[in-house]
Every structure is written in C-alpha cells, then in structure tokens.
Design a protein around this ligand. Structure first.
Ligand code: SAH
Length: 358
C-alpha cells in the first residue's frame, strides 16, 4: 500500500499557552501591561483560526507577540509521525512534552470529518486483544493535550473545513480521565473553539459503572459506547480483565441509567475475535441480553495486532452474527475499516515506532 510520511515541526521547550491556567496567564498578561481579554483572543487564534505561531496573530500588538514567542509556544506537542492513507485517513503520532507518545486519527467520510483521540498514555484496562494496553498505563493526558489532538487534526483539514465529530476511541480509558476529558470537550464545543457539540461526540468506555453514572449526571448530550465484547461474564472476563470486578449486570444497569438521564441510546461495541466470541451461540445470547433495551450494536472485526494470537472473524461468521442479532430485533452495524495500511487501529503505530519497526 502506498503511504506518505509528511514533515513535522520542531518541538519547543517553552511551556504551552494552552496548558496555562486562566489565573496564571492573566497575571503574566498584567505584568506585560496587557488586558485580560488577550487570553480570549489567543484561544480564538489557536482554536478557531488555526494559528500555530504567535507571529501570525495579526491583531495583537507586536511587542506582545514577541514576548509570547519568547516565553510560550501556542501548542505543547510535536508531530512525531504523520501518515496519510489513500482513503484520506490521517494518523498522527504526537510527542508530548515529557517525550511520551500518543496517537490520534482523522477519518474522512464526506460529509463527516471525525477525530479519534486518546485520553491516556497507554491503558490500564488490559483488554487482551488491544495494542494500547500491552504495557499498562503511564499517565493521564492533561485537558490541553486532549484538546491539542483536536486542533492538530482540524489543522489538517482544508482551510474552509472543520471537524464534524469526535470519537474518544484512541488510547486509554476515557472514563478513567473523565475530568480532563470533559474540560477538553467543553473547550472544543465552544463557538469560539472548534464548534463541535456534545451530540456529535462519542465516548467509548470499557464499562466503569460509577463513572458512567457520573457522566450521565453531567447532563450533557454525549453519546456513550460501551465495549461489551462478550454476552456473559465467563467469556467477558477472559477478554476484558476488568470485568472480573464489575460484571455485565452492573454495566448494563449503569448504561440504562445513562439512557434514562440523557435520553440517548447507548451503543454496545463488540470486537469479533475469530472462533473466540463470534459464534451464533454468542450472537443469540447477546440479542437476549439486549432485547427490550434501547441499544445498538457496533461490530468491530478484530484488527490484527502483531504478536497477539487473535484472528479476524471469517466473512461468513460476521454475516451469521449479524443475521442472528437482527432476527432477535437488535439494531446492528459493522464498523467500516479505514486507514488499515497506516495502522489506524489504536496503539499500533506507537508500538511499532517504540520498538524500532517503523
Ligand atoms: N478504553 C475504551 C476506548 C478503547 S478504543 C474502550 O474500551 O472502549 C475503542 C474500541 O476499539 C474499543 O471497543 C476497543 O475494544 C476496540 N479495539 C481495541 N483494539 C482493537 C483491535 N485490535 N481490533 C478491533 N478493535 C479494537
């Protein structure tokens, strides 16, 4: 497959403007003899007007631009790798200030432009088939690091383009970093920001019941996706180790609570692993589990991860699984495969680069 590796900008050691708290930055502005409203202007330049340097912010006084350039950088991350697939899927390997790397992806399917973003360096959940969690979790991302992924991906779109959707399906468990995530999504939703409303944002979780309830209580219109992957506890605990502690019943109750509070239908993700959870028996059990609930199933055929023993389901197994669910009255879709030649599935590029294979 043909792919292009594009150039990247150098990392600057100065602190990122987006990481600054309102109070600290206003104090700095006051020292420069500048009004507090500059803060808003700066955010607008970066979030809405795509500025990646202070010099281009033409309505700021020249000496302020110079002082900003000397003391801060607009963004705190560097693009370490940029891969573009033939289907216009872009994948960025982003280097953070501490040298750690994370991944984010831009998926273009006109008229949609979807950003898939990470919330943690690594992941602690340990789902057996997932590349992101193979080495555990290192740390949570800050809200600025989450927001920056959106800015970087949006800056790849044409000048008159924008991101239409966000899926929080990159590296990490979003609900284990809920506060920083929500802060970043709030900023993204702002009309002077990226203008992406909660209804266009999907948060995918391994299923942490207390956090699902907390998210529901926020009263936002986010769409929730729960990674179920198995219809019973015996099988799920084998595939998703955190299930040992929670169990499917508690997760379903929390998801039901989310639906009651927000009125938004919950999606259940189900990674189809060949000969492990893809038989008609599991499909029947899944349809029974979901019957009578306002639910939708998103089937994800396993994306190969080097070194892991799992395999993709056969086309026949996928077809039968869908038929059984539909017979049981369950709404179901198979996730489209995008950017497969650039390791677009989460955690794979980072793993290759860190092991020296890419
Ligand atoms: N921690 C969150 C977000 C993970 S990524 C969660 O568990 O939902 C989003 C989805 O991609 C999850 O359903 C995850 O299980 C799935 N996924 C991870 N690795 C995959 C792979 N190799 N093939 C197919 N789907 C995968």
């Amino acid at each position: 497959m043909e792919l292009s590796i594009l150039p990247f900008a150098p990392l600057t050691p100065r602190p990122a403007f987006l990481e600054q708290s309102d109070d600290a930055f206003r104090a700095w502005l006051a020292e420069q003899g500048q009004p507090a409203l500059r803060m808003k202007q700066l955010r607008r330049w970066i979030l809405a007007k795509r500025a990646e340097s202070f010099e281009t912010m033409s309505d700021l006084p020249k000496d302020l631009r110079a002082a900003l350039t000397e003391n801060y950088s607009p963004l705190g991350t560097r693009i370490e790798r940029h891969l573009e697939a033939k289907d216009e899927t872009h994948k960025l390997l982003v280097k953070l200030h501490d040298g750690r790397t994370i991944e984010c992806v831009l998926i273009q399917d006109a008229p949609r432009r979807t950003a898939c973003i990470s919330t943690q360096v690594g992941c602690a959940m340990g789902c057996v088939f997932c590349a992101s969690g193979l080495n555990g979790v290192v740390r949570n991302l800050t809200s600025a690091e989450i927001l920056e992924q959106l800015v970087r991906l949006r800056n790849l779109t044409p000048e008159d383009g924008r991101l239409s959707h966000i899926v929080v399906m990159g590296m990490g468990e979003p609900l284990a970093n809920l506060d920083n995530l929500v802060e970043a999504l709030e900023a993204a939703g702002h009309k002077d920001g990226l203008g992406i409303g909660a209804r266009h944002i999907t948060i995918s979780t391994v299923g942490l019941p207390p956090k699902i309830r907390r998210l529901a209580d926020l009263g936002k219109q986010y769409h929730l996706a729960v990674s179920l992957h198995a219809p019973n506890d015996r099988l799920r605990s084998k595939i998703v180790p955190t299930n040992e502690k929670t169990g499917i019943t508690e997760i379903m109750e929390a998801a039901e609570y989310f639906y009651e509070k927000t009125g938004r239908q919950v999606t259940y993700e189900y990674v189809l692993l060949g000969e492990l959870n893809d038989s008609p028996l599991e499909a029947r059990e899944l349809s029974m589990l979901l019957s009578g609930r306002k639910a939708h199933v998103n089937l994800i055929p396993f994306n190969d991860v080097e070194g892991l023993p799992y395999k993709r389901p056969t086309d026949n197994a996928i077809r039968t699984f869908i038929e059984v669910l539909q017979k049981g009255g369950v709404s179901v879709k198979v996730r489209k495969r995008k950017g497969s030649e650039i390791d677009a599935a989460c955690g794979q590029l980072r793993r290759k680069v860190e092991s020296g294979q890419a």
